[in-house]
Design a protein around this ligand. Structure first.
Ligand code: PEP
Ligand code: MG
Length: 841
């Protein structure tokens, strides 16, 4: 792979560029920062020796590209080259490309195995996306394969891009990487929606410049021996949103449409589904009182400016309060929305023109401020990108709050006396954050999109919402009857009795179940006949522990520690691991924490562990197999865990155990780690509950013997299913085979629970099956005592457990064990479940 060196006067800048480039090109990238001076990393400057070392570090016979900032960076780089032996020097290329954009483009091209010339060309053309976006003369890029494409023997597919932000930098990088895996193929992509010409799909600059937005259709054409495979890979990537984690609740944008009844009145409207759920009730029109802005001029600019600063300070306090309220009332980190608002208050783009108007033009502060706010928000609204357009509303929101303070208007928080469906032109996040789902049953807006912050907050608050309904919705009268279908983006106006009936039933069941689940998320999951199932969370970080507690987790059943080892150049040392595990345990406030030891390998490659490439990584050198052959790496982690367990309720579990011998060797190393702490006089846990992940059929078969040697089992159904059906869990082609609801998996769980019972140890499930609504009652019936899942599934899972008796669940489980397929198991559950399982959707 081509090496990349980043030379900057600032060490921090160079490191930052490397971080960005890695984000695009991945951990395997050979990239090194050479910023600042060797002797003192806070002094600005460049050092030839540092640059030389960086080049040596990433040196490859294929070539190294050096990107520099300015002035002495170039001289120092030239000097570094002179210090290299002749044969190496010829492989190093100093490149004039812009340092940030160039590094990112080079990283993506290097990652896909491009030649040094291709990497240099990509870096050189890196300003093209920006120039195109800003409509400034577009620099030419050589090597665009568009011209050279043979249109004979090519295959093509058309795809619709669903990502909210379109093919922006990261999904575009993934797209280029997918195309780059096919070096012999010529792959071109065009934007059919904007009719932009085909460009080279292996060039990040070319792909970004296509300006692909959400909903655009693209055509990918490939020719060459593996053209079909290349298109398949790209199709799968597109089906997975190009690797972006989209908020599932965001529906595809649908233009607003109205259905007119025979009487000529609008009977239904279609907008954009922004928050799921159904609401029925009277319309409540919400209009902001217009604010009169004074136009007089002022004498004392200092005094006027002071007034503005005071109003900004008061607004800041309000936003802080809104932020706290949102954090307490929603699951996710919606606080970030308000952080952005706080930033607007300090933004010189707003303050500077206002200052000028007050001091130079002697405008009153309200007029000056409002003019600046309108200018900035209009700037956002004029952008093509829907997400950025929505930010204009945020500026207006903050601007209005400051303005009301300036004018001394007491803006009482909005209250609705009776429950109803709120109708507004658009809403601000601050307004939305105060809505109570008990009175604001649903939200309809004429404008705004699903990515507006008020839509995000509506989802977080569990209020159904349809946005972008157009101004027809504003013509409604207060009290008109409305049905809002937040799943399908529909609004029915004065609907017929049969529609009311149908939706009333749906809405009641869903809303009650969801609200109840949410309100009762902190309470235990106890079946109707009194059995408690422990509901825990799967996490990968300290932040995950905080979210888990907020979601009602009673502990952590699986801490995937490998995340701590990914995306870095060396393993975390004992102290770093100790601090991380300690912080995680602390965040759980006394709740139990099960730490799984390093599960590297498989689909989680860690470059610095120097793992050999394997033909079948999931059947290869992963997890405990790797740890047992790298005892120092393993014991470092075990020491850190033992130290935290001295202070907090921590348990340990080993992943991917296949044989008793492995388990014994792992326990032996645990004992050694303990001895090492004793020798160091360090506090450690005398007794550390030790369990294994049950994820290989050899263990389910021998569960009786394993049960004698561990304190608990945690069934990893993700791996157990892939090994049961010999179906790679990362291969979408065999995804339907690997169905964890299949009796072949359920029977193994049954067998493991029996073996555990006979030996008085407990069994949990921490694979995805644990949070699967169809599987929850079966797992209960099989006698699993702990379910560990991703945090958002927790409230709904608890509610499902509460709706069953153990006796009924046992009957269901027995029938499921006798079923012949996963499909029949699901049908069985649907026909017996006392609760609508949509609660987890
Ligand atoms: C599993 O295999 O079910 C499991 C929980 O572990 P992971 O998904 O991390 O492999
Ligand atoms: Mg696993």
């Amino acid at each position: 792979m081509i090496g990349i060196v980043i030379v900057s006067h600032s060490a921090k800048l160079a490191e930052g560029v490397v971080e960005l480039a890695r984000n695009m090109g991945g951990a395997e990238l050979a990239i090194q920062a050479a910023g600042g001076l060797t002797t003192d990393d806070t002094t600005l400057g460049t050092d030839p020796i540092l640059i030389l070392n960086a080049i040596e570090h990433v040196y490859s016979e294929d070539g190294v590209i050096v990107l520099m900032d300015l002035g002495s960076a170039i001289l120092s780089s030239e000097m570094a080259l002179e210090l290299l032996p002749e044969e190496k020097r010829s492989k190093i290329f100093l490149c004039e490309a812009p340092i940030v954009e160039g590094a990112i483009a080079a990283a993506v091209q290097a990652r896909i195995g491009g030649s040094i010339q291709q990497v240099i060309n990509e870096a050189r053309g890196a300003l093209m996306p920006k120039s195109t976006h800003l409509n400034i003369g577009v620099p030419e890029i050589s090597q665009t394969q568009a011209a050279s494409a043979s249109h004979e023997n090519h295959l093509s597919i058309q795809l619709t891009v669903k990502n909210t932000l379109g093919l922006h930098a990261r999904p575009a990088a993934r797209f280029v990487q997918a195309a780059g895996k096919f070096p012999q193929e010529t792959i071109l992509v065009s934007n059919l929606t904007t009719k932009k010409e085909s460009v080279n799909a292996k060039s990040i600059n070319n792909v970004i410049t296509l300006g692909v937005r959400q909903g655009h259709q693209i055509e990918v054409t490939a020719s060459g021996p593996n053209a079909r495979a290349a298109l398949d890979a790209i199709k799968i990537l597109a089906e997975n949103n190009f690797g972006d984690q989209e908020e599932s609740a965001i529906a595809e944008s649908v233009p607003s449409t109205a259905v007119i009844s025979t009487s000529g009145e609008v009977s239904s409207l279609t907008g954009i589904a922004a928050s799921g759920g159904i609401a029925l009730g009277p319309a409540f029109l919400y209009r902001l009182a217009p604010t009169e802005i004074p136009e007089h001029h002022i004498e004392n600019a200092e005094q006027e400016w002071e007034k503005l600063l005071e109003s900004i300070a008061k607004t800041r306090e309000e936003i802080e309060t809104d932020r706290k309220s949102a954090t307490n009332r929603t699951y996710h980190n919606t606080a970030a929305i308000f952080e952005a608002h706080l930033m607007f208050l300090e933004d010189e783009a707003l303050l500077s023109p206002t200052r000028e108007k007050v001091f130079k033009e002697k405008q009153n502060a309200a007029l000056a401020w409002q003019t600046s706010v309108e200018k900035i928000s209009a700037g956002f609204r004029n952008l093509e990108d829907a997400y950025l357009q929505a930010r204009g509303k945020d500026v207006e929101d903050v601007g209005r709050q400051v303005l009301l303070h300036l004018l001394g208007i007491n803006h009482a928080k909005f209250v609705m006396d009776i429950p109803g469906i709120l109708i507004a032109a658009d809403l601000t996040p601050a307004e939305t954050s105060h809505f109570e789902p008990a009175t604001v049953l649903g939200i309809c807006t004429a404008f705004g999109g699903p990515t507006s912050h008020s839509a995000i907050l509506a989802r977080e608050l569990g209020i159904p919402a349809v946005v972008g309904l157009g101004d027809k919705i504003l013509a409604l009268q207060n009290g008109q009857h409305i049905i809002l279908d937040g799943e399908n983006g529909k609004v029915f106006i004065d609907p017929a009795p049969e529609i009311i009936n149908q939706y009333s039933i749906k809405a009641d069941t869903l809303r009650q179940a969801k609200n109840k689940a949410r309100l009762e998320r902190a309470a235990p999951a106890v079946t109707r006949d009194g059995r408690t199932v422990e509901i825990a969370a799967n996490i990968g970080s300290v932040a995950g522990a905080q979210v888990a507690v907020e979601s009602g987790a009673e502990g952590v059943g699986l801490f995937r520690t490998e995340f701590l080892f990914l995306n870095r150049t060396s393993a975390p040392d004992e102290e770093e691991q100790y601090q991380t595990y300690r912080a995680t345990a602390k965040a759980l406030g006394g709740r139990p924490l099960i730490i799984r030891t390093l599960d590297a390998g498989g689909d989680k490659s860690i470059p610095y562990l120097n793992l050999e490439p394997e033909a079948n990584p999931f059947l290869g050198w992963r997890a405990i197999r790797l740890c047992l052959t790298q005892p120092e790496l393993f014991k470092t982690q075990l020491r850190a865990i033992l130290r935290v367990a001295a202070e907090f309720p921590v348990k340990v579990m080993f992943p991917m155990i296949a044989t008793l011998d492995e388990l014994r060797r792992a326990k032996f190393l645990l004992a050694e780690a303990r001895e090492e702490l004793i020798a160091r006089n360090e506090a450690y846990a005398e007794k550390l509950e030790t369990g294994i992940m049950v994820e290989i059929p050899s263990v389910t078969q021998m569960a009786d013997l394993f049960a004698c040697e561990v304190d608990f089992f945690s069934i990893g159904t993700n791996d157990l299913t892939q090994y049961t059906f010999a179906a790679d869990r990362t291969n979408p082609k065999v995804a339907s085979l690997a169905d964890a609801c299949h009796p072949a998996v359920l029977r193994q769980i049954h067998h493991v629970v029996d073996a555990a019972r006979a030996n008085n140890i407990w069994v949990g499930v921490c694979g995805e099956l644990a949070g699967n609504p169809d599987a929850i009652p079966i797992l209960l019936g099989l006698g699993v005592s702990e379910l560990s899942m991703s945090s958002p599934s927790i409230p709904g899972t608890k509610e499902i457990i509460r709706s069953w008796t153990v006796a009924d669940a046992e009957k269901l489980a027995s029938a499921a064990l006798e079923s012949e397929s996963a499909e029949s198991v699901r049908k069985l559950v649907k026909s017996t479940a006392p609760l609508n399982t949509n609660i987890l959707d």
